[in-house]
Design a protein around this ligand. Structure first.
Ligand code: 9Z3
Length: 323
């Protein structure tokens, strides 16, 4: 056995024990049925250049780490879901089918222009029996509803929610497995903020942790490195984009470059927390590209230019995979 396959096996083993001790996914059969139908339909549809339609899995939002099996308290990873939602809209526009794996309650595609509480803020009652949209929100509501309905009706958007790190990794594995046959036309765009540490299910207390007995000590185990297993075992032919988030801009590019080499992803999108909406750096073997929004276009967002670049790189990858 070569050392590479030995390493792959070790990573796979680590994940198998993670999954064996994870609480099983609720409604797994339903998720699998919808997922497989979506992949089947899209991979047999005609995309550009005579290829099957490209399929991207966009992950979005932060994973939670429960501290109790009947969870009252949990640790969270920050992410509003804005990046994932905006990127999804751009991928659909570029002709992709998107599997949007998102944290429940975070920002949704086509809803970015709506107020925080759309249900309460957008509607008014001209009389007792009618309800209508307030004129100031009419355009935003109309385009949100129409664009989302069109994407779903055309089988271009499948939304799958998660909350915990257990759900996220199990669902990602199901998606990777489903996309295996789509090969280079599939992509993983991993914008979700994923926990590095967790409490193993079998060492977790069942009931709410008692308070009142002083400070709480919790030992967190390391979450197995999903990127390794995704690249080597789950979906080795898929185009893979990961993200690197730092709060210290001095170490950002160095960390992203390290991740690129370690996980052999096709690009790492590096972003700093406070400037993430204005600027990202795409780090790859062909050099680093700074991507910003267009300052001369008032509604421009960084994801418009980011997704254009990623789609171009994906096209090159597909061409090189089918010479
Ligand atoms: C990101 O870096 C995303 O761009 C953000 C987007 C979470 C910053 P928002 O959702 O923000 O629009 O509010 N995602 C990846 C974060 C992450 O956890 N990366 C890991 C790391 O940095 C690698 S998987 O080590």
């Amino acid at each position: 056995m070569s050392s590479i396959s030995g390493l792959e096996e070790a990573v796979e083993d680590e994940f198998n024990s993670f999954f064996e001790s994870s609480p099983p996914l609720k409604n797994m059969d339903k998720i699998l049925e919808t997922l497989n139908r979506f992949i089947e339909l899209n991979s047999s549809s005609q995309g550009a250049n005579g290829e099957g339609r490209r399929i991207v899995c966009v992950t979005s939002g932060g994973t939670t780490v429960p501290l109790e099996q009947r969870c009252v308290r949990y640790i969270d990873n920050f992410s509003s879901g804005n990046r994932g939602a905006a990127s999804t809209e751009n991928f659909v526009k570029a002709g992709y089918a998107v599997i949007f794996l998102y944290r429940r309650g975070t920002c949704q595609p086509y809803c970015r222009s709506l107020p925080d509480d759309p249900f309460l803020e957008c509607f008014e009652f001209p009389d007792q029996t009618n309800i209508q949209v307030h004129t100031s929100h009419l355009e935003a509501v109309k385009s949100a509803v129409l664009e989302q309905q069109t994407a779903i009706a055309e089988d271009r958007l499948l939304k799958l929610p998660f909350s915990t790190i257990y759900e996220y990794l199990q669902m990602l594995r199901l998606i990777a497995n489903g996309l295996k046959d789509v090969g280079p036309c599939s992509m993983f765009y991993l914008a979700a903020a994923v926990s590095d540490f967790y409490v193993p299910w079998n060492s977790m207390t069942e009931h709410k942790i008692e308070s009142g007995s002083g400070p709480l000590d919790i030992r967190l185990a390391q979450v197995p490195k999903m990127l390794s297993v995704l690249r080597t075992n789950w979906a080795p032919k898929a185009f893979c984009i990961s993200f690197k988030l730092e709060t210290d801009s001095k170490i950002l590019i160095e960390k992203a470059t390290k991740a690129l080499g370690k996980y052999k992803v096709h690009a790492v999108v590096a972003n700093e927390l406070s400037t993430r909406k204005e600027e990202v750096v795409v780090v790859s073997s062909s050099g680093n590209v700074v991507v910003r929004c267009d300052s001369d276009k008032p509604k421009s967002i960084v994801e418009d230019n980011l997704i254009r670049l990623i789609v171009d790189r994906h096209s090159t990858y597909i061409k090189e995979s089918h010479p």
